[in-house]
Design a protein around this ligand. Sequence first.
Ligand SMILES: C[S@@+](CC[C@H](N)C(=O)[O-])C[C@H]1O[C@@H](n2cnc3c(N)ncnc32)[C@H](O)[C@@H]1O
Length: 250
Amino acid sequence: MEATEILKMNKQRWEVSAERFFGRTALPEYGPFAFNEEQLKLFGSIKGNKVLDIGCGSGHSLQYMGREGAKELWGLDLCTKQIETARNLLHDQQVEVTLIESPMEENPGLPSNYFDIVYSIYALGWTTNLSLTFANIYSYLKPGGVLIFSWEHPLHDRLKYEEEQSTFIFNKSYVNEGPEYNEGWQNLAVIHHRKLSTYINALIEAGFMIEKVIDDVYLPEEPSENPSRWYSTQKANLVPATFIIKASKK
Ligand SMILES: C[S@@+](CC[C@H](N)C(=O)[O-])C[C@H]1O[C@@H](n2cnc3c(N)ncnc32)[C@H](O)[C@@H]1O
């Protein structure tokens, strides 16, 4: 399937599903069963920084950045509904807010060597072209600027709960990469499966220096009622649900 077809299909799904995700995965949270920013402190001080959110969704992470003292808030997202929601949410910010509807695979005219921080919370793995996306982000960042992103761990959806046997089975290849109809999206969206090393190597190839790779699991004390849910404590006890990478522009 061509990248343009995938983007069209995924945009259609996001336009109808956006509401379900408003503020669901947003800073200070990094994602399911991951430690949060208050625990990890990856960003350091945000005060006075120009920040860009890739796949900003409903704008809740940008709102967090605003509260933490960012000087400029920029967000990019493929979905019209998300951008409109973010615009409403951020209308009373005291600092400049720029929201752009665009796929992350394209540079919609963002400034180069401009941002102190580019980040992405559970959005970057949607890209149809990882190297191009990292090359774009690298160009937006100032030298010394940082990229922090979280995404679903590539082992997570390889494991499926088998009701009859009351156990998890490893039923998809971790090593075979490429676009896949995503079960979590009832096969109506296409997400590229990539190994963790592919993310790391693509960052290195784009010129980034890797500062931290985190796939630790934070488990609540109470187990999930239903282990067959997409994210369950029982599954998170076996494989991480989320990974986080911090990298910097040399
Ligand atoms: C789980 S949401 C992210 C939530 C958001 N980061 C937050 O902190 O609230 C994923 C977002 O990625 C966006 N997205 C999906 N594919 C994209 C692409 N190719 N380019 C830009 N945004 C994309 C979706 O429209 C959606 O808003």
